[in-house]
Each structure stands twice: as structure tokens, then as C-alpha cells.
Write a protein that binds this ligand. Structure first.
Ligand SMILES: Cc1cc2nc3c(=O)[nH]c(=O)nc-3n(C[C@H](O)[C@H](O)[C@H](O)COP(=O)(O)O)c2cc1C
Length: 177
């Protein structure tokens, strides 16, 4: 099978990571691939924020957990102990910002898998960055307040076997004449 197709089919969400950080070269490869994701009118509306400071990731983990729709145990880490956290934001002044951000997220997780790095797409970035605290953070980072959160990607060396994928639903593909 073509290697790209094989990689797209074998990528799975990884939810247990080794402590060891990914290399700068691996990170750069994944980020660069993300910047080549298709975006509406080629406007490249997203930005990818990179966080590797363990203390900062911990703070974001607590913040992310606060937006869970149900009560979560105090020790539940929504980022699964991953040593690298990416946050994809996109400029809401661009009509396709949500799609653009999702496009980048999909490329990031697949690029990670293609070079043997585990990843998981994590939700609730919109809740975070539409809040007062989120807007203050954007200001601190020098990012315009029109940016909204689309999603996170956690990255690291997998400390688990990739699970089997669920069977694909039978009516996923719908042909019409
Ligand atoms: C929009 C979106 C939000 C997601 N949010 C989370 C999340 O918050 N936590 C998590 O563990 N996985 C999250 N995932 C990963 C999905 O649960 C996962 O892709 C799905 O169960 C299929 O498994 P696979 O990625 O191994 O094929 C998210 C995926 C998408 C596309």
C-alpha cells in the first residue's frame, strides 16, 4: 500500500506517553507539515502555539479540565501526560477559520504518526480562548484578539500499543448518480 495511505489508516489517538521529550527536529517536521495544510483561499488563518514547559502544560491541563461537560476526578489529565502541547488558533475574521484550524489539526496528527510520534486531538480550545483569560493570554502572546481556539494536539513518544480502529460505518460513503 502507498505509505501515505497506510499512515492515514494506521494513525490512532494515543493517550499514554513516555516522559521523554520529542526531538526539536521531530517537532519542527510536524509543525512545518501543519503549515502546509489547505486553508480557505490560501489565507493561512491559523496559528500554532507550542508549549513544552511542563509547568505551563500542567496549568493548561487544569484549565482545559475545567471545561469538561461533566465532573472529572482532580487527577484526570486531559493531555494524558504528553510532554508537548500544541494549540491551534485561527483568525475568526476569516470566514473559514474553523475549517482552516481543523485542517491544520488533521495534518498535525497525521504528520506526527508518519514519523513515529504519538498524538491526540484534544477539544475545548474554543472555550478557553473565547474566555476573558484566553483573550488576556492572546494579548500577552502578541496575538490579535480575533483569534479563537480550534483545538489542541498533544505529542510524545507512545507508551501504549495503538488500539484497533473501530469498524468504519457501512454508510460512510454515499454515491449518487
Ligand atoms: C473535534 C475532535 C475533538 C476531540 N477531542 C478529544 C478530547 O478532548 N480528548 C480525547 O481524548 N480525544 C479527543 N479526540 C480524539 C477522538 O476521540 C478520536 O479521534 C476518536 O475516538 C477516533 O479514534 P482514533 O483517533 O484513534 O482513530 C477528538 C477528536 C476530534 C476530531
Amino acid at each position: 500500500m502507498n505509505q501515505t495511505i497506510e499512515d492515514l489508516k494506521t494513525r490512532r489517538s494515543i493517550r499514554k506517553f513516555k516522559d521523554e521529550q520529542i526531538s526539536d527536529e521531530e517537532l519542527k517536521t510536524i509543525l512545518e507539515a501543519g503549515t502546509y495544510a489547505p486553508t480557505g483561499r490560501g489565507l493561512q488563518s491559523p496559528k500554532i502555539v507550542v508549549i513544552q514547559n511542563p509547568e505551563t502544560i500542567k496549568e493548561f491541563s487544569v484549565w482545559n479540565r475545567s471545561y469538561f461537560p461533566m465532573e472529572m476526578p482532580e487527577d484526570m489529565d486531559p493531555f494524558y501526560g504528553a510532554p508537548t502541547l500544541l494549540i491551534v488558533l485561527a483568525d475568526s475574521e476569516v470566514p473559514t477559520w474553523k475549517e482552516d484550524g481543523s485542517s491544520v489539526l488533521a495534518v498535525l496528527v497525521n504528520a506526527a504518526h508518519a514519523i513515529g510520534i504519538g498524538s491526540c486531538w484534544i477539544h475545548r480550545a474554543y472555550d478557553e480562548f473565547s474566555s476573558k483569560k484566553g483573550k488576556e493570554l492572546l494579548k500577552e502572546w502578541g496575538i490579535p484578539e480575533s483569534y479563537e481556539g480550534v483545538g489542541h494536539v498533544v505529542l510524545g513518544h507512545p507508551d501504549m500499543e495503538a488500539p484497533e480502529p473501530l469498524a468504519r460505518k457501512e454508510d460512510y460513503i454515499h454515491y449518487v448518480d
